[in-house]
Design a protein around this ligand. Structure first.
Ligand code: PEP
Ligand code: MN
Length: 449
């Protein structure tokens, strides 16, 4: 049972009056208040106990006993809430999980950027095309992607659509992961539509055969564990829109503590991690496992201050640093952060986001990333941890199950001139399925090395 967060008898949102970066400017504040009141009455999307369970899994990651695979769209879209799309993403993550578990022999904690990843921080407030300047697109939870004046006005009704889209997505994810589809004996089935068309699909098929053999052997030897039948899968998103996140923050009746029940794990992005800002204050008050993105300008003092604010009890699993320095900077910037945070006595999980520091604009105007840069940042991240004797805890990637052409390179070699063919992202470029599997194989090799 949870009670309404806005009831002053239960909790005071201490972040409400602090400066909050990247919030929409709603033309109609009354309409916003009405929507927020409605959201406050909606049931939780996840349970506090599930958030605790993920925190325990993240503790294993922080201690070097498990590996985090976190991935999904840069920006989910309302029209992407279809069985095909959701299954495609899930299948890709399950395949990557199988590769990492089997080839790196490590338990993999699977977390989607899914069921809530509808809000985008932007570096510019406006966008100009053909001489026309309009407010920038901030995600389907805020305004419309279409480049016209009406679409770009922030509409609070979209917050309700975000809740409903998240609920529908989570419902299907739960059905897929517990209803037989994610059974490890389905390792081949996840690949059926893919095996012939791609070298990474064929490489995966070989690994799936090995897993099959192992399962058959175990069965013949008299063991057929229930753990193989379902998959533990968690939902995460950037906690960006504080009106929405606050409305879904509830007091857990078991403990009296606050949980953001919009997702299991939430993270604070590179553009909203100000120490005196509302986002960090919000994150400090909820019990969910928390991520903080660390870009190349992060100082040691910043990192130590995040530890003090967000993990005062030095509780493994509570805090994850998602490092997104760029391939050219990670080897220089990361070592000191890891050293000093470790010396402070905190056991945080260190995760690499090799996407956001490696974006560039192609001559065609497409925002893209090179697969080789992504891989090089992951390599740098592993090298740093190897050098320090600390644990490279996981990867955080933007991917889709669809065969899009948004990032260049990879085993199937997408060229800059191919980008226009299937460039479908509403925001940042994602790895397609083949590039995602390629990456998982390469990461498994690095982990084992
Ligand atoms: C993102 O994860 O899509 C994002 C905007 O990342 P960052 O905050 O690291 O720039
Ligand atoms: Mn992104």
């Amino acid at each position: 049972m949870t009670v309404n967060a806005q009831n002053p008898a239960t909790h005071v949102p201490t972040w409400k009056d602090l400066p909050a970066a990247q919030q929409p400017e709603y033309p109609d504040r009354d309409a916003l208040r009405g929507v927020v009141a409605e959201l406050e009455s909606y049931p939780p999307l996840v349970f506090a106990g599930e958030c605790d369970q993920l925190r325990a899994r993240m503790a294993a990651v922080a201690k070097g006993e498990a590996f985090l695979l976190q991935g999904g769209d840069c920006a989910e879209a309302f029209d992407g809430v279809s069985a095909d799309h959701i299954r495609g993403k899930l299948k890709t993550l399950l395949q990557m999980g199988a590769i990492l578990t089997y080839a790196a022999s490590v338990p993999v904690v699977k977390v989607g950027r899914i069921a809530g990843q509808y809000s985008k921080p932007r570096s510019k407030d406006t966008e100009t095309r053909g001489g026309v300047t309009l407010p920038t697109y901030r995600g389907d939870s805020v305004n419309g992607f279409a480049f016209d004046e009406k679409s770009r006005v922030p509409d609070p009704e979209r917050l309700k659509r975000m809740y409903n889209a998240s609920a529908a997505t989570l419902n299907l994810v739960r059905a897929f992961t517990t209803g037989g589809y994610a059974d490890l004996r389905q390792v081949h089935a996840w690949n059926q539509d893919f095996v012939k068309s791609s070298p990474s699909g064929q490489r995966y098929e070989q690994l799936a055969r090995e897993i099959d053999n192992a399962l058959n052997f175990m069965k013949a030897a008299g063991t057929d564990p229930a753990e193989f039948r379902t998959v533990e899968f968690y939902a995460s998103h950037e906690a960006l829109l504080l009106d929405y996140e606050t409305a879904l923050t509830r007091v857990d009746s078991r403990t009296g503590e606050l949980y953001d029940v919009s997702g299991h794990m939430v993270w604070i992005g590179e553009r909203t991690r100000q120490l005196d800002g509302a986002h960090i204050e919000f994150a400090s008050r909820i019990r969910n496992p928390i991520g903080v993105k660390l870009g190349p300008t992060t100082t040691v003092d910043d990192a130590l201050a995040y530890v003090d604010r967000l993990d005062p009890d030095r509780e493994p699993g509570r805090l994850t640093f998602i490092v997104r320095m760029g391939a050219d900077k990670v080897r220089d910037k990361l070592p000191e952060l890891v050293q000093k945070v470790t010396a402070s006595g905190a056991t945080v999980a260190w995760v690499t986001d090799p996407m956001h520091g490696n974006t560039f604009e192609a001559a065609s105007g497409h925002k893209t990333r090179r697969f080789d840069d992504v891989l090089d940042e992951v390599k740098g991240f592993f090298e740093v941890h190897k050098g320090l004797g600390t644990h490279p805890g996981g990867i955080h990637v933007e991917l889709t199950g669809d065969d899009v052409t948004e990032c260049v390179g990879g085993g199937d070699e997408i060229f800059v001139d191919d980008l226009h063919q299937r460039y479908e992202t509403a925001c940042d470029p994602r790895l397609n399925r083949s590039q995602s599997l390629d990456l998982a194989f390469l990461v498994a090799e690095m982990y084992r090395a």
